[in-house]
Design a binder for this molecule. Structure first.
Ligand SMILES: [Zn+2]
Length: 233
């Protein structure tokens, strides 16, 4: 039976967030022939190493993000807010709503609600509201309403407070594709502050062991979605 093609969209606060936390899942869907999109609210330019110009670093980071998702056959969208200043306002929610309506993803992935980084928690709240707005009839925007599943919340070490892994995606098939192309991101190998690649590489192995697979990526769901329905015990 033919499988219906899907479109998976991962929204991160900074370039690197979506690629590192959801990248293996995106790679799996790419290999299935699905559409994949990464969205960054900011270019993450304040993560530039000392002495590097932030405007130049923003452009470089965007090129890295385009190359990563390009290798998976997908598209990258940067909303271009200043790093560290993702606004917790209606404008961001409406811009994300417009992206969802224009791109028509089937599934949306983003940050968990609690984070040590303000841009992450703002992005999580804004994406939740944007998914709601996008589906609303009579919410007048340029594009017509679109309902997307989610958001599902990615496992990010910066967003760990209260994160409960609920969905385990077997990403074994996408691991090699991810590992090859995640190297395109500056953050992966070069950050003096955190070994991002090592962490997300090891995390996928340890999550994989829990489901008896080589590799897994985990996602949390809204507590309101946690219903296990049975006819009887
Ligand atoms: Zn981030």
């Amino acid at each position: 039976m033919d499988r219906k093609k899907k479109h998976i969209m991962a929204v991160g606060a900074h370039i690197g967030d979506a690629e590192l936390t959801c990248g293996k899942t995106l790679a799996v869907h790419s290999l299935l022939g699905d559409a994949v999109t990464t969205v960054a609210v900011t270019a993450g330019e304040r993560g530039a190493p000392p002495g590097r110009d932030t405007a130049e670093f923003a452009a470089y980071n965007k090129k890295c993000a385009e190359e990563f998702i390009g290798a998976l056959g997908g598209n990258f969208i940067c909303l271009g807010y200043p790093d560290g200043e993702a606004p917790d306002n209606e404008e961001l929610r409406r811009r994300l709503c417009d992206v969802i309506r224009a791109e028509k993803p089937d599934v949306i992935l983003t940050h968990w609600q609690n984070s040590l980084h303000k841009d992450h928690s703002v992005t999580s709240r804004a994406v939740e509201d944007a998914v709601f707005y996008a589906a609303l009839r009579d919410f007048e925007r340029e594009s017509p309403p679109h309902w997307a599943e989610g958001p599902y919340y990615a496992e990010n070490w910066e967003d760990s407070h209260g994160f409960v892994p609920y969905i385990f995606i077997d990403v074994s098939a996408g691991y090699d594709l991810w590992f090859e192309h995640i190297q395109k991101l500056w953050l992966t190998n070069n950050s003096p502050w955190f070994k991002y690649r090592d962490y997300y590489d090891a995390l996928s192995r340890s999550r994989g062991v829990l489901i008896h697979k080589e590799r897994a990526e985990c996602f949390a769901v809204s507590p309101y979605s946690m219903k296990l329905v049975k006819d009887s015990f």
